[in-house]
Design a protein around this ligand. Structure first.
Ligand code: ADE
Length: 321
């Protein structure tokens, strides 16, 4: 199988469902049919096409990795060499090695962890149990068609051995499964108690001028690095008033609070944004951003948190002010 397509799909599928990935994957391979084509693309274009998929470091690393591979002249074909590449961890290295190159590598994702912990009745709790689960998983990986096996066990986890309502009657491993034998399948995988996510608060500013909205690009690294955004304050642990950036504070602007916060859940915190909007009557020189047509906001490449803000503002009756 084409290692480029295997790699691209596996990166997209991390923390993201197949249903969400399909349209993104199709679009990417139609715009960039080879790893060389992707390597030549401007990073901004790649981030724009990734908008909405989340975990944007994946897109930045994807682009970097394409450039490394293009320079190498071919896809590395061993797990060890793949692990050296930007954005390729144990999961992706094993996926490419087994699915694209037919090597006996063991893929462990959340689905596989669930299946394996049930078969072997792993009592240790995740995430500490990962090494034990991986060792059990490796004992089952076949030498013949390891890539098909890997995809089959992932699909088994996604469709039959599901978290809360496994269909054990339909499972080809029902006779070999420790948890099925004792009837306590959903007790596995055992998970350590989750701590609640901290909340952060911020303000985001929607500035309109002649049916255009003012957008910026975020700094290249960090959360949502390199992505397009609406101007936003820093995000703090306490609710507080925020001053708009100096560019957005001409005397004639009247900022109006928009009712209803935008809430977005990131991996490590939950964000609540107060939205303020204003209409700029007279065009003025502004730095650090660009105007974008409001009716084409869905093509601006906004990550989901800011797409939610746009949706809230545009859902208001009686257009601006
Ligand atoms: N989830 C992520 N990659 C997958 C694959 N190749 N097959 C099935 N499920 C997957």
């Amino acid at each position: 199988m084409d290692p480029y397509k295997v790699w691209l799909s596996e990166i997209m599928l991390q923390q993201t469902t197949v249903a969400t990935v399909i349209s993104y994957f199709t679009k990417f391979v139609s715009i960039w049919p080879t790893v060389e084509a992707l390597a030549r693309a401007p990073q901004e274009d790649v981030l724009k096409e990734w908008a909405g998929l989340g975990y944007y470091a994946r897109a930045r690393n994807l682009h970097k990795c394409a450039q490394v591979i293009a320079r190498l002249g071919a896809f590395p074909n061993t797990e060890a060499a793949l692990l050296e590449l930007p954005g390729i961890g144990p999961y992706t290295a094993a996926a490419i090695a087994s699915i694209a190159f037919g090597q006996q590598a063991t893929i462990v994702d959340g689905n596989v962890e669930r299946v394996i912990s049930r078969i072997f009745r792993v009592e240790a709790a995740l995430p500490a149990a990962k090494a034990e689960i991986r060792a059990h998983a490796a004992t089952l990986t076949p030498r013949v068609r390891p890539g098909d096996y890997a995809q089959a066990i992932m699909d088994l986890g996604a469709t039959v051995c599901t978290p809360t309502s496994p269909d054990c009657g339909a499972c080809p491993w029902r006779n070999a499964c420790g948890a099925c034998a004792t009837g306590d399948v959903t007790r596995f995988p055992v998970k350590a108690a989750k701590t609640e996510k901290p909340v952060r608060y911020g303000t985001v500013w929607w500035l309109e001028h002649e049916d255009q909205v003012w957008l910026r690009r975020r700094p290249p690294t960090g959360l949502l690095g390199g992505m397009v955004e609406l101007p936003t304050s820093e995000w703090h642990a306490r609710r507080q008033a925020h001053e708009p950036p100096v560019d957005l504070t001409p005397v004639d602007l009247k900022w109006e609070n928009v009712e209803g916060n935008v809430v977005h859940v990131f991996t490590h915190f939950r964000l609540e944004l107060q939205v303020q909007r204003a209409l700029l009557k007279k065009r003025r020189n502004m730095e650090d951003g660009f105007w974008h047509p409001v009716d084409k906001i869905d093509q601006a490449g906004l990550p989901t948190v800011f797409a939610k803000v746009a949706k809230l503002v545009n859902s208001l009756n009686g257009r601006l002010l």
